[in-house]
Design a protein around this ligand. Sequence first.
Ligand SMILES: [Zn+2]
Length: 369
Amino acid sequence: MPAHVPAEVRVDEQDIRLLPKAEVHVHLEGTFALVDLLRLAKENDVLLPGPAATIFDVSTHDAFAMPEVTTGGTGRGVGGAGLTGFLRFLDWQCGLVRTPEQAARIAYAFAARQTASGIRYSDVIVNPTHWSAWRGREIALMEALAAGFDEAEQDGLCATGIAYSLLRTQTAVEAEDVVRDLVQHRPRRVVALSVDGDEKTSGRTGEKFRAAFRAAEAAGLHRTVHAGESSGPEGVWDALDHLHAERIDHGVRSIEDEVLVRRLTDEGIPLDLCPRSNITLGVYPDWASHPLPRLVEAGVRVTINTDDPAPLACTLDEDWAVAATVFGYDLTDLAGFAAESIRASFADDDLKRDLLAELARVAEPEAVP
Ligand SMILES: [Zn+2]
């Protein structure tokens, strides 16, 4: 066993699943199960890029590892071996979703997957630039996904709000057009504007999207921004100053800037952390080096999320169990994280109140202040 994984398992995953909680940093594009992919490929008469058993191991996909850039696939996350293939894989996979029924089925499957981890509400990030069949019909994609989320909720599965995500390489005009469409059509379940994409290749983009985010804010949409992962603290400053972000997706590298940590604490801005994703993409070498506990100790609000659980081969309950083991958290601490996830979410106030009350019944009372 590697030295950084303590042998003692502190909290049972079943106990974690029983905690009502929210997940607020998860990409719909990163949740397609193998069975969904196989069915979509069959329906579209498309060959898999490789053996089904290794479909998520994009390093084995020669077709995806080619250096040319496909449209819409400039991606998110940090650079490094396998990222280009991963992002091309997302484009290929989302390109298989071509009908409203297929989109609704993916949405329903997402809600079922979340529910299995004890997640009762999700803010799911959807970046339509990956969904090539819906180019120019992005509002119709939102409606098709909403139909699947509706059916899921009627069946007792996790409730879901959509964070509509811009790709960082889109232009200012494209971003403003997206917001104009959202404000005009008000697609159901779209609760927030988001931006994702690799800040290493696109540079600082806060100024570029300022007008789009201000228009979203004026229209009552929430704002969440990927920053402080592939960028340093300056990306987080830009997200706060230019985009009026209410939450930061990742934001881990805020730990490098004391003044920024103080601002996050003073303003109560949550960081939507995804430790496994950071470790897989090489932002930190291992769990023990991850700044999650240091951010908590500094008083920053944090949530613990999966980012792209299907290709990362993880679930939220498993990752919370790892966090408990590595960082020494007990079930009461995890109930505190569950409470924070609900409060940080963009769920409506009634649902937040109900989930917090339910959590207080399940957990130790002092865990849910
Ligand atoms: Zn993300």
